[in-house]
Design a protein around this ligand. Structure first.
Ligand SMILES: Nc1ncnc2c1ncn2[C@@H]1O[C@H](COP(=O)(O)OP(=O)(O)O)[C@@H](O)[C@H]1O
Ligand SMILES: N[C@@H](CCC(=O)OP(=O)(O)O)C(=O)O
Length: 378
């Protein structure tokens, strides 16, 4: 089989997985749902609800992640462009979220379908107990036949604890909900090798490995979008780690995207997904402190996938407790891995640089066990 036909098989396999998935997350970007002059585009929203309803009737559980709160709040507040400061963004979101939820509710009511609004902060996903709460709410909405419409809880999220963009939120929700596919709908019809607004660019139909992204320039978003193409690529990587394939397509093609998936760019999921715990360590958890490693420990942990022992730690920073996630830094200060610390920072202070035989028996466990450790490079 030639390399070309191999990749053709890859194309149909990923798209078939997306088309056949029994649980999916569909994320709609602000750029597709709102405009600066017209505000919320209710006609577009109806078409999206039509496509989601059709897929649900075909037997798939669908969770919607809808951006657009800030975009929908701009005109009613008499603003003329997307605000930049946090307080005005939050004011716009508080006005716009009401309009957005109402529009989704009205649109799905055409089918007798009930909508549940789920507003999440990054903390709701970073803490494992909150994480389970969100999971239970989504599960119960599904079992009651309602469709969940998720957005970031913009009015309470501060700059430090934001998801940053809804592409990332959608990928985290896909993991949390055990979805088998993620569909990102935007104002662009797929991934191009460069920003299509800036001149000639070529559509990339399939991304099967990081090498397929060589030379791709992921530019910024439009006047209303948040992260541009860079945030979609990092969300696709995050979803791939959870074994979830991603389709990036235009919202105008939502019907095709949600039926055959024969449109846009398809990103393959990892064949071997990270365990739920390691996924959480790498992508979802908040980092509470840092461990500074010597060169030998970096090699053992990153290259050899071994547990981190106190002998290889030269310093610590931050106030963390056993069970918290910490960043592991190399001698140049670069983060090379993340892991769950087995000890409190206060206990670790007296253990630095000591080999296990110099420590009392209760302190001889690894500082970060290999099962709780994820390199940031792989
Ligand atoms: N390499 C690229 N391929 C496709 N689109 C790109 C690329 N680089 C930048 N873009 C721009 O990213 C925009 C989509 O991002 P964004 O505005 O954040 O969308 P959304 O609101 O759907 O999240 C598109 O309008 C497109 O012009
Ligand atoms: N929570 C924000 C969405 C921020 C965001 O990520 O927007 P987008 O890049 O359009 O998906 C809002 O509803 O306006």
């Amino acid at each position: 089989m030639t390399a070309e036909s191999d990749s053709a098989v890859g194309v149909s396999a990923t798209r078939a997985t997306i088309a056949d998935a029994k649980r999916i997350v569909v994320k709609i970007g602000s750029s597709a749902l709102t405009s600066l002059v017209g505000g919320l585009d209710v006609g577009r929203l109806d078409l999206l609800a039509d496509a989601v309803e059709a897929r649900m009737r075909a037997g798939t559980d669908v969770i919607v992640v809808s951006s657009g709160a800030i975009g929908a709040g701009i005109a009613p507040l008499g603003l003329t462009k997307r605000p930049r400061d946090l307080a005005t963004k939050q004011a716009a979101a508080s006005v716009g979220q009401l309009a957005l939820a109402h529009a989704w509710g009205t649109s799905f009511a055409r089918y007798g379908r009930t909508v549940g609004q789920v507003l999440l902060t990054a903390e709701d996903i970073a803490r494992r107990t909150n994480h389970r709460n969100a999971q239970r709410t989504l599960d119960r909405l599904r079992s009651l036949g309602a469709v969940a419409v998720v957005n970031e809880n913009d009015t309470v999220a501060t700059a430090e604890i934001r998801f940053g963009d809804n592409d990332r939120l959608a990928a985290l929700v896909a993991h949390l909900a055990g979805a088998e596919a993620l569909i990102l709908l935007s104002d662009v019809d797929g991934l191009y090798d460069g920003d299509p607004r800036k001149g000639h660019a070529v559509l990339i139909p399939e991304v099967n490995s990081p090498e397929d992204l060589d030379g791709v320039v992921a530019g910024s978003g439009g006047a209303l979008g948040t992260g541009g193409m860079a945030s979609k690529l990092s969300a696709a990587r995050l979803a791939a780690d959870a074994g979830v394939p991603v389709l990036l397509a235009a919202a105008a093609d939502a019907d095709v995207a949600l039926t055959t998936a024969h449109v846009g760019t398809a990103f393959a999921g990892r064949p071997v997904r990270l365990s739920s715990r390691r996924f959480w360590v790498r992508h979802a958890a908040d980092v509470q402190g840092d461990l500074h490693l010597d060169a030998g420990a970096v090699t053992a942990v990153v290259g050899g996938r071994r547990s981190l022992l106190s002998a290889g730690i030269t310093g610590i920073s931050g106030r963390f407790y056993g069970g918290d996630v910490v960043a592991l830094r190399d001698p140049d200060g670069l983060v090379v891995a993340r892991g769950v610390a087995a000890y409190d920072a206060s206990e670790l202070t007296g253990m630095l640089g000591k080999s296990s035989s110099d420590l009392s028996p209760e302190l001889q466990r690894p500082v970060v066990h290999a099962d709780d450790l994820v390199s940031v490079a792989t």
